[in-house]
Ligand binder design. Structure first.
Ligand SMILES: CC[C@H](C(=O)O)C(=O)SCCNC(=O)CCNC(=O)[C@H](O)C(C)(C)COP(=O)(O)OP(=O)(O)OC[C@H]1O[C@@H](n2cnc3c(N)ncnc32)[C@H](O)[C@@H]1OP(=O)(O)O
Length: 325
């Protein structure tokens, strides 16, 4: 017990230290200025990392390593008619938890979306009415030596996802836990099924956040709520998630097709106007909000996460086969 208390203290201290300095509003990036001038009217976007000359780490070796952890897939459908893409996590036997191979799939699909100039929105969801229950624990147990590298890879993918010139929505269904809850924070909005649950349970697993949620939640909800959600491991039902501001819309209790209803919500509220202008507006917000301290905060989150990954408490909780009911 003393060991658990000591390591849980470490996790709480790690989560607290991740509060970023007040984010300095960065000047409008070159890409956004060009988009305004109309030079890029067709595309209206420059990769956000280029706006701030952020150099991507060399992820090739990590990609090859992660691809070896097989299981599941991530699929992408891009609809040029309504401009909405659907990114689907497909690992139903394991409630769409993510294997290494699925992380590589997701990175490749985000790269495809970066080159999709006809789109204006993206919905991320899981098959069989479940978004994602975090890291696939079979993968996790085999990758205990590989935490910081896996985190670096996911940080790159999810930051690129968040920065896409597409209005992004996570469809929160079923059990959305741990890394699954983190995935949802890499979208602009979260739409939640009336029967879903969402919780950042990492600290219960002896971990801090692996996929960037401490950095994103602090910006999304502020310091106090970020610490509350990350250090309590509370699992929120829809009303509480809406009240906390973690989700933006709760679907009707009677809903035959939650994906169709989410699509309609998007089209009614955020995608009612010209595609290119919608892309430019999203790019301007990315350019205004994103600054080097975002990347530095992610860097700190990855390094601190690496101190918890493979630690005694995580190993103990994996052996205990904890269920987050
Ligand atoms: C890197 C990110 C970070 C990390 O992994 O370190 C995290 O994401 S921490 C959080 C990791 N996720 C979990 O700890 C979830 C564990 N699973 C559960 O708590 C339960 O399965 C629950 C509450 C999601 C659903 O419970 P329920 O009783 O409704 O169903 P089952 O438990 O029988 O689950 C059905 C089936 O799915 C398998 N499953 C569920 N989640 C995972 C997962 N994350 N990895 C692998 N497999 C998962 C579960 O084992 C069952 O399969 P079966 O073959 O019948 O055992």
């Amino acid at each position: 017990m003393a060991l658990m208390r000591k390591s849980n203290t470490l996790c709480s201290r790690v989560l607290k230290v991740l509060q970023p300095s007040s984010s300095v509003m960065s000047p409008c990036g070159a890409g956004a200025a060009q988009a305004l001038s109309g030079e890029q009217q067709t595309c209206g976007w420059a990769p956000a990392r280029k706006l701030h000359s952020f150099k991507r780490p060399n992820l090739h070796a990590i990609r090859n390593q992660l691809a070896r952890f097989e299981g599941g897939s991530v699929e992408l459908e891009m609809n040029n008619d309504n401009g909405i893409a659907i990114l689907t996590l497909n690992n139903p036997r394991r409630m769409n938890s993510m294997t290494g191979k699925m992380m590589v799939d997701m990175a490749d699909k985000v790269s495809e979306l970066e080159e999709w100039h006809e789109g204006k929105a993206l919905i991320m969801r899981g098959v069989d009415g479940n978004l994602c229950t975090g890291g696939d624990l079979t993968f996790v147990r085999k990758a205990l030596h590989y935490g910081e590298e896996m985190a670096a890879y996911q940080h790159d993918t999810l930051t690129r996802l968040l920065n896409l010139p597409l209005i992004s929505v996570a469809l929160v269904q079923g059990h959305t836990l741990g890394g699954g809850a983190e995935l949802s924070t890499a979208c602009d909005f979260r739409v939640m099924s009336s029967s879903a649950k969402i919780g950042f349970v990492q600290i219960k697993m002896g971990l801090s956040t692996a996929w960037g949620a401490a950095t994103r939640l602090t910006r999304l909800l502020g310091r106090r709520k970020a610490i509350d959600l990350l250090c309590s491991a509370k699992i929120l039902l829809p009303d509480a998630a809406l009240r906390e501001g973690l989700v933006d819309y709760v679907l009707p209790k009677i809903c035959d097709d939650e994906l169709a209803e989410t699509t309609n919500w998007l089209l009614r509220n955020l995608c009612a106007y010209d595609t290119n202008i919608t892309r430019v507006v999203k790019s301007l917000v990315v350019s205004a909000e994103l600054s080097m301290d975002h990347y530095q905060a992610l860097d700190a989150e990855r390094k601190l996460f690496g101190q918890t990954w493979g630690g005694p408490v995580q190993r103990k909780m994996l052996d205990a086969n904890v269920k987050h009911k």
